[in-house]
Design a binder for this molecule. Structure first.
Ligand code: C5P
Length: 212
């Protein structure tokens, strides 16, 4: 089994308001991406990172695409030996080795496994006027994170679609589901947050500090 880490890190990070790409913003004294690389490099045989133009220099880096899933497709194409792909956003520095290992263990008999937290808020669906259409059953709802672990051949097939389909996907598991693949959730801590806005960066730093 060749387990390869795939890290989409090519986003601009506009919402973070940093001077450069989000993955390379400083978080707790180092680049945001370094927290994830530490963990993935322990668990995976190697890691391929999709980066923005101008960041391709180091080994294991490929130029990212116009959308997150296009970046994943490009990184996976650079790892033809992979039989299992561990996809993880550079924007989630709170990943742990224990979480990746639980996802890998859960892959037996499935095409994909996604880390996910139980939803704490009540979720309602509303129409374009704001009128509530329905209140969903919270007990069956999960907030999906990364890592997302896949049989690499299934993920390759799922990513082999038009760029417009990739651009509309908010995660890779949804592409695998659309291709008929089986995907299960593994419960993950809610503090495996994604850094999007400046306040998330402060929260991530506080959570990382609390771990030491
Ligand atoms: O924008 P968002 O926070 O949802 O991005 C999630 C992850 O996907 C980030 O790590 C970001 O760097 C990456 N990404 C990418 N290529 C893009 C857009 C986002 O690798 N074109």
């Amino acid at each position: 089994m060749a387990v390869v880490g795939i890290v989409p890190a090519a986003g601009s990070g506009e919402r973070l308001g940093a001077s450069g790409p989000k993955a390379f913003a400083m978080c707790g004294g180092r680049s945001l991406i370094d927290w994830s690389l530490d963990v993935l490099e322990e668990v995976c045989e190697r890691v391929v990172v999709a980066v923005p133009a101008g960041y391709e220099g180091a080994g294991g880096r490929v130029l990212g695409g116009a959308s997150r899933s296009e970046s994943v497709r490009r990184a996976l194409a650079a790892a033809p030996e992979a039989t299992v792909a561990v996809v993880h956003d550079a924007a989630r520095p709170l990943i742990t080795r224990e979480l990746v290992e639980r996802c890998l263990e859960a892959l037996e008999g499935w095409d994909g496994v996604v880390a996910a937290a139980r939803v704490a808020d009540t979720i309602k669906e509303a129409d374009s006027s704001g009128r509530v259409v329905r209140t969903l059953d919270r007990s069956a709802l999960w907030a999906i994170q990364t890592p997302q672990v896949f049989r690499a051949e299934v993920l390759r097939r799922a990513l082999d679609v038009d760029d417009s389909v990739l651009a509309a996907a908010t995660d890779d598991a949804s592409l695998v589901e659309a291709a008929g693949g089986s995907v299960r959730v593994v419960e993950a801590p809610a503090d495996n947050i994604k850094v999007t806005r400046p306040v998330d960066l402060s929260l991530a730093e506080a959570l990382l500090r609390a771990r030491c």
